[in-house]
Design a protein around this ligand. Structure first.
Ligand code: MG
Length: 338
């Protein structure tokens, strides 16, 4: 197996602001695995909140590249276990390699992953489109330039209820909100009932990631379903979220790939919890991976390619929020080889 990698800096159409800060571009790390002439691709964007940079992914990979290349690839699950032990503290790097392994596997089998997994893609939920925090006027402009059936609105600032109220005047679309850990318990108790009246369907990460006591109180009284994002990073967190959240937002990059994400979905279902599959502003490479698993989710947030002004692959398109699947094997993408 041959491993190659590249760093990209993909610019956003608009500076992207959430309760933790603003960014103008998304650094991302792309892997190419080549096995008997077949090439698989995987991605992991760098997210400063999780303290993993593209440079860190490159340094860790360079140090152990020969071991990654030496592996006798037969199936992605065995490969993930091997990678997980090679890079135990770099889930982002493991994600990029795992995703490339799955793309390669699908291509070797000549099938798209959703077909290999036996999933019914007519069950895939409609994806939302994210409106980042801005002046209320700018948020209205951004929403109007992208007519969409579901908007995910970033909240977690003082005037956020006003923001949502103003947006509501301009559309009947479904709203969901993401506070990115920006509220106190008292603020959440005050704001969530008001948001419900405005047709908001769910709330992502209302409180700080380790405020389990607060979440217990909020879970018992919230009129809207609560989803864990920052509180649910890896497999071990799923169980912790039970009794504190109604659902979890699974992201390949934070949990270390498609392989553990599939197990997390299964575990969430066993605990009778809802499943969202979310993104970290991946290009069409990482976003295509979400599309493959989407039939298993209740909610989908895969708008990276819509928010980014540049892309590095094709294959991800939507019809009014609904995923348009193609027949390309693996992830279902076409990209330029390295
Ligand atoms: Mg989130």
């Amino acid at each position: 197996m041959q491993v190659k990698f590249k760093k990209y800096e993909l610019f956003f159409h608009h500076p992207f602001t959430i309760s933790k800060g603003t960014k103008t571009h998304q650094p991302t790390f792309i892997i190419e695995l080549e096995y008997f002439g077949v090439k698989g691709y995987g991605e992991a964007p760098a997210i400063s909140y999780y303290n993993i940079t593209v440079e860190k992914m490159i340094a860790d990979l360079e140090r152990k590249k020969q071991f990654v290349e030496k592996f006798a690839f037969s199936d992605p699950e065995r490969y993930w276990h091997y990678l997980h032990h090679l890079f135990p503290v770099n889930p982002f790097l493991v994600c990029a390699l795992d995703m490339a392994g799955w793309d390669l596997y699908g291509k070797l089998k000549g099938k798209q992953l959703r077909n290999l997994w036996g999933l019914d893609s007519s069950k895939s939920p409609i994806t939302d489109y994210t409106i980042g925090i801005d002046t209320i006027e700018n948020m209205v402009v951004k929403m109007k330039e992208k007519p969409w059936p579901i908007y995910k609105i970033k909240v977690g600032v003082d005037n956020d209820v006003e923001m949502v109220a103003e947006l509501r005047k301009h559309t009947d679309a479904v709203f969901r909100v993401d506070a990115n850990a920006g509220w106190t318990l008292e603020q959440a108790q005050d704001k969530i009932p008001q948001l419900k009246k405005m047709g908001v369907e769910m709330v992502e990460q209302p409180l700080a990631k380790d405020n389990w006591e607060g979440m217990k109180v909020l879970f018992a009284e919230s009129p809207l379903p609560l989803f864990a994002d920052e509180s649910c990073v890896a497999e071990a967190d799923v169980e912790k979220c039970y009794g504190h959240f109604h659902g979890i937002n699974i992201k390949f990059t934070k949990c270390s790939g498609i392989t553990p994400a599939r197990r997390m979905i299964e575990q969430a279902r066993t605990l009778n919890m809802k499943v969202m599959i979310g993104c970290m502003n991946e290009s069409s490479i990482g976003t295509a991976a979400i599309a493959q698993l989407a039939p298993l989710a209740d909610f989908i947030d895969m708008d990276g390619p819509l928010l980014l002004a540049e892309d590095i692959a094709t294959g991800v398109t939507f019809d009014n929020g609904r995923i348009c699947y193609n027949d390309l094997p693996g992830l279902g993408i076409a990209t330029k080889p390295f």
